[in-house]
Design a binder for this molecule. Structure first.
Ligand code: HEC
Ligand code: HEC
Ligand code: HEC
Ligand code: HEC
Ligand code: HEC
Ligand code: HEC
Length: 433
């Protein structure tokens, strides 16, 4: 009798359902809003000047904004297309965020289509293309394909179903007991196991639950790391289109001419606009490409006129009057969007790497001289730092301080050359405050 009760399809179904309950939040997050890859592109083109996913900039961090507004895509669409209209209409949520940001105006994007906006929001959610989500969640998420269903409603519905099933189970047990009594069969009650005990002894059910839990946590972890982490390939649009390809590539200007502090300090820094004007007092238009733009440049709108227009933006920012060749005194700062950013808990020093270790900029930043728009090349994770420290030999030539340490340590390790790791480059305290 027990066997029948506890191995029957209902208990199995209950076990599976409980596991699915844990999965439910993931299924809501993962729903198919739009194409995150396209969204990323649109985001970088339109939004990255003021927003990052996980950092507050001019505007709020946008990761999780879908959840913040409980999946109300209609509102988000209205806000993005014309936030001022919402504010004027006295919309509560619009006013709240507007006032929180000291009434900084956000650009309106009336030309973005609903699909574009879905794609952008999908990117801010960073839904992973993991097969897990479709395979496992398929039957739990019947309602979740509808973007309007909130997590709470779904959880509530599942709880109701669970309750109904428990009641059914109770009724079935009672009927079976009556049936047994009527037929004179003894049902032992003293040693009866609780439902949980029986569950705990059913290896198959446990296996199923464990697998589901593992899948669920793997999926959540993946989503977590996608969000907090790695901004590899991040290439925001800058207030002035500044081409490293034209400056460092075509015109072979040394990196350190502009990023002069890389040699001597923690930060490389971005050059001041005065530094730009050393050259641009005389370079007032772009003639770079005598044959005219290539088909690819044309497709991107990179014509000579476009580039010249960007030099005029520089003039407007520093307050340079071309006619009189004088500064007008009316300048406005250019806020370059930061591309590389380690979290505050990590310490990185440029001069240590560039001057002391002699590592090329490109080893970490990639082929910058070919980048029309600068992008993050390396993942900038802890594993990335550590890997290189394990593999790179320390440059000891012409370095008196290192010569003596090097001698002592290389004898200790019995090697000719020391890696950065052997010099202490794996100690937590070296990279963490
Ligand atoms: C010129 C800067 C700027 C640009 C460009 C910009 N935003 Fe904003 N955004 C803001 C500011 C500032 C706020 C805060 C509200 C306010 O002060 O208007 C904001 C708020 C938001 C909010 C509400 C966030 C919350 O936490 O409530 C969303 C959603 C949003 N922006 C989406 C976008 C999207 C999508 C794009 C690109 C298509 C974009 N923004 C482009 C400046 C900008
Ligand atoms: C003529 C001046 C100039 C030269 C030469 C130049 N840069 Fe830059 N660099 C800039 C400016 C301006 C920015 C900020 C705008 C941007 O990110 O595109 C910048 C940004 C960067 C960034 C991103 C900073 C961030 O926000 O994380 C890196 C990395 C970088 N440069 C590396 C290099 C390297 C490597 C070279 C040599 C191959 C080089 N630069 C040559 C002016 C210059
Ligand atoms: C060993 C790897 C490595 C090398 C070599 C390196 N960088 Fe960086 N660079 C980084 C990291 C990591 C960051 C992010 C630092 C942070 O957020 O504190 C960064 C940030 C920057 C920035 C943004 C502003 C700043 O200082 O944080 C600029 C500009 C830059 N690097 C330029 C250069 C130039 C130019 C060179 C060559 C002279 C160079 N880097 C060599 C790893 C490197
Ligand atoms: C060492 C000289 C030099 C410095 C410093 C310099 N530039 Fe340039 N810049 C050039 C040259 C050369 C060209 C290409 C002109 C041509 O081909 O006709 C150029 C082109 C440009 C263009 C048009 C192409 C593009 O990149 O979009 C812009 C905009 C520009 N510079 C902005 C800046 C800014 C901003 C700074 C300072 C951060 C700066 N430049 C610093 C030499 C310089
Ligand atoms: C391309 C290789 C490379 C990468 C990537 C790299 N480093 Fe290094 N790092 C070195 C070398 C080589 C040294 C040894 C320099 C020396 O001679 O002291 C070093 C030294 C250091 C030191 C000094 C260690 C000591 O013993 O005093 C610190 C701190 C450090 N790196 C932090 C970082 C951090 C943080 C990152 C990642 C954001 C990073 N490094 C990425 C090559 C690298
Ligand atoms: C060579 C430099 C380096 C060394 C050595 C190093 N870390 Fe890190 N660590 C980093 C960097 C860079 C990050 C930020 C990575 C990121 O944002 O993905 C980081 C991040 C972390 C984080 C935070 C992870 C998160 O998600 O925010 C922890 C915790 C951590 N390190 C612990 C340690 C411990 C413990 C050690 C010693 C065993 C250590 N680290 C040694 C460079 C280093």
């Amino acid at each position: 009798m027990k066997q029948v009760l506890y191995r029957n399809p209902i208990t199995f179904f209950l076990g599976a359902l409980m596991a699915l309950l844990m999965l439910a939040p993931a299924s809501v997050q993962a729903q198919d809003l739009g194409d995150a890859a396209k969204g990323k592109q649109l985001f970088n083109q339109n939004c990255a000047a003021c927003h990052a996913l996980n950092r507050k900039m001019t505007g709020p961090a946008l990761a999780g904004v879908y959840d913040k507004y409980e999946g109300d895509m209609e509102w988000l669409g209205k806000w993005i297309k014309n936030n001022q209209a919402l504010i004027k209409a006295g919309d509560e949520r619009a006013l709240a965020i507007y006032n929180e940001y000291n009434q900084t105006p956000m650009t309106a994007f009336p030309t973005l289509s609903d699909q574009d906006i879905n794609d952008i929001i999908a990117y801010t959610q960073a839904p992973p293309p993991a097969p897990v989500q479709t395979a496992v969640v398929a039957d739990a998420g019947a309602g979740s394909s509808d973007s309007g269903v909130g997590t709470d409603i779904l959880l509530g519905a599942l709880a109701v179903v669970l309750g109904l099933l428990l009641m059914m189970l109770y009724l079935v047990t009672r009927t079976l007991k009556r049936f047994a009594a009527a037929n004179g069969i003894e049902v032992e009650t003293a040693g009866r196991k609780s439902l949980w005990k029986a569950y705990a002894q059913n290896q198959f059910l446990i296996l199923v639950t464990v697998i589901l839990l593992l899948l669920a946590s793997a999926y959540h972890m993946y989503g977590y790391f996608m969000q907090v982490g790695v901004d590899q390939g991040y290439a925001p649009i800058q207030p002035i289109h500044f081409s490293h390809k034209i400056h460092a590539g075509d015109n072979k200007i040394d990196c350190k001419f502009c990023h002069s502090s890389a040699r001597s300090s923690k930060h490389s820094g971005i050059p001041s606009l005065e530094n730009c004007m050393n050259c641009h007092k005389s370079i007032y238009e772009y003639k770079g490409n005598p044959e005219g733009p290539s088909a690819e440049d044309l497709a991107n709108g990179y014509t000579n006129e476009f580039y010249t227009g960007e030099i005029k933006k520089l003039y407007a920012a520093v307050g340079w009057d071309e006619e009189s060749m004088q500064y007008t005194g009316e300048s406005q700062p250019v806020e370059w969007v930061r591309v590389h950013k380690l979290p505050d808990l990590a310490y990185f020093n440029h001069s240590q790497h560039v001057t002391v270790a002699g590592v090329e900029c490109q080893t970490c930043h990639g082929p910058v001289e070919t980048m029309e728009i600068l992008q993050q090349h390396a993942p900038l994770t802890m594993g990335w730092c550590i890997n290189c420290h394990r593999q790179t030999n320390v440059n000891v030539k012409d370095n008196k301080y290192y010569e003596s340490i090097h001698k002592a340590l290389s004898e200790k390790y019995g090697v000719e050359e020391l890696t950065a790791a052997q010099m202490g480059g794996l100690e937590c305290g070296k990279c963490h405050y």
